[in-house]
Write a new protein. Structure first.
Ligand SMILES: *[C@@H]1O[C@H](CO)[C@@H](O)[C@H](O)[C@H]1NC(C)=O
Ligand SMILES: *[C@@H]1O[C@H](CO)[C@@H](O)[C@H](O)[C@H]1NC(C)=O
Ligand SMILES: *[C@@H]1O[C@H](CO)[C@@H](O)[C@H](O)[C@H]1NC(C)=O
Ligand SMILES: *[C@@H]1O[C@H](CO)[C@@H](O)[C@H](O)[C@H]1NC(C)=O
Ligand SMILES: [Fe+2]
Length: 466
């Protein structure tokens, strides 16, 4: 069935769901997938190794500076270091340029990685298609990407939102639906939990390699903005591995220094009309810690005249009404929520819970230990919180919801899928969640988001009508 063929079905499902309305918004008790989530076997088509001696594999790109004029190109060669050079040229100009990168390796228990290359291409033109070539001779491979438009207030731009992807058959459906989505995401905000290699005996790091090959069909052509999840920690003292995030930080580089960060686990970028702040749920966030100090200095730097849209990306949701991972984002909420409200963050994107949820604009910042004011209340300065940990993972869907649905929760459903946020101008963006359903990507939740700085009007879907 094609993408549009499913719309009639969706309307039906939505109508049925409305009848389950309780205190809060929409809860679908419908569990679309009850079978166990299973990983694709290593001999699957998606994990195929490109042919030829030392051919580059696991190609992925991400933004390489603060404004989008640089790209980090990363890949792995298995047989020998080979070359870390990227040859690149713009679509309209045949002149070839070269950038030189670096190669690294790491060991994890009894696994030794291939040669991991990272090369930053700088001084690119905005809004331009570039081709890039990596590898030597017959096994060289060519890919392409398009740089974002210059940072500015009314630049339309569309981000995909994917979380907890893993490498199961469901992961493959999610990625396929993202690629086929006619909304056409131009970059992915990835909310953490990449390969789930740590679920294998000895954290079998070959599953990091297979994931890199699986995702290449998207990650080589558009930047994925990385966030660390708990499955990136790979802390395994029983195997003699005591350096957290070792495989992740060797394989996935991010431009953290460009935003004055001292750690690849938290950083910011500007892209088109959006300012994106990535945080780490698994790093200390309290007062005096490096992450706290960085964020405290970072938020006042955001100029909403230049970048109207302010998004925060983090792994553990600050608001989550599923029993799965209940209150795991609480430490961060207690410390940072007041800042999200003060600086009028538009949306906070998280994963971790293997399901979907969207909240109304709410805050819970009045509580001071003695005043008993501990209820989330409607707050038009607060972000909308999205949980999009439904990429495919390896552990199955989260289906156990708290009942009744809290009144701040606008929509929740335990289905796999992805979302998109399409910025139209400084005032509006269209956000939609697309569930994986019967082999086609279906838009199941959609709202117009009003910018908190330029158009701070209530866009809530359940609070009132008219
Ligand atoms: C690592 O150890 C496991 C079990 O101890 C074994 O099955 C596997 O083959 C070893 N891998 C390598 C690369 O030696
Ligand atoms: C993964 O999805 C792609 C694109 O739809 C398809 O060609 C491929 O056969 C799928 N592989 C597996 C193992 O499901
Ligand atoms: C759902 O979560 C609650 C709270 O953790 C637990 O008591 C209950 O047993 C769970 N239900 C199922 C079906 O797992
Ligand atoms: C939810 O209900 C409580 C208690 O009635 C109320 O104080 C609060 O403002 C409501 N929150 C929302 C988001 O509507
Ligand atoms: Fe997680």
């Amino acid at each position: 069935m094609g993408y549009f063929g499913c719309n009639i079905l969706v309307v039906l499902v939505l109508v049925l769901n409305e009848s389950h309305l309780c205190n809060g918004g929409v809860t679908s008790s419908f569990v679309r997938k009850v079978d166990k989530t299973i990983d694709m076997p290593l001999d699957s088509d998606v994990f195929r190794v490109p042919p030829g001696y030392n051919a580059p594999q696991q190609v992925h790109i991400t933004q390489g500076d603060h404004v989008g004029k640089a790209v980090i190109v990363s890949w792995v060669t298995m047989d020998e270091p080979g070359s870390s050079t990227v040859v690149y040229w713009s679509e309209n100009c045949q002149q070839k340029n070269k950038a030189n990168g670096k190669v690294t390796t790491y060991k994890f228990y009894n696994y030794t990685s291939g040669y991991i290359h990272h090369c930053t291409i700088e001084n690119l033109k905005f809004n331009t298609k570039y081709y890039y070539k990596i590898g030597i001779g017959r096994v060289a491979r060519t890919f392409w990407f398009t740089t974002p438009p210059e940072v500015g207030p009314d630049v339309p731009y569309t981000f995909g939102l994917i979380g907890d992807l893993g490498q199961s058959f469901d992961s493959n459906k999610t990625l396929t639906h993202y690629e086929l989505n006619p909304i056409k995401g131009q970059a992915v905000l990835f909310v953490g939990d990449i390969s789930y290699a740590d679920k294998y005996p000895n954290h079998d790091n070959n599953r990091w390699d297979s994931w890199g090959r699986f995702a290449e069909r998207s990650t080589a052509y558009q930047p994925w903005i990385w966030t660390a999840g708990n499955h990136e920690i790979d802390f395994a003292p029983e195997l003699g591995e005591t350096e957290p995030f070792k495989p992740y930080t060797h394989r996935y580089h991010v431009p953290y220094r460009a935003s004055g960060s001292t750690s690849p686990l938290w950083y910011s970028i500007k892209r088109a009309s959006a300012y994106i702040i990535v945080l780490s749920s698994y790093s200390a966030c309290g007062k005096y810690t490096p992450q706290y100090k960085w964020l405290k200095k970072e938020l006042p730097k955001v100029n909403r005249i230049e970048t109207p849209w302010l998004f925060v990306v983090v792994h553990a949701p600050l608001y989550n009404s599923y029993n799965n991972h209940y209150m795991e984002g609480e430490t961060m909420r207690v410390v940072y929520e007041q800042w999200f409200v003060k600086y009028k963050v538009d949306m906070v994107f998280a994963g971790h819970v293997h399901a979907y949820e969207r909240t109304e604009r709410i805050s819970n910042v009045a509580y001071n230990i003695v005043n008993e004011e501990c209820t989330p209340i409607p707050d038009q300065s607060a972000p909308i919180y999205i949980t999009i940990g439904d990429g495919g993972n390896l552990e199955g869907l989260a289906t156990n919801m708290t009942e009744p649905q809290p009144n701040y929760s606008a929509f929740r459903e335990a289905s796999y899928g992805h979302a998109t946020i399409a910025i139209q101008n400084r005032y509006h963006a269209v956000y939609s969640w697309h569930r994986n359903h019967d082999g086609c990507a279906v838009e199941a939740d959609r709202i117009w988001v009003n910018n908190r700085f330029w158009y701070p009007f209530d866009e809530s879907t359940t609070a009132k009508s008219g």
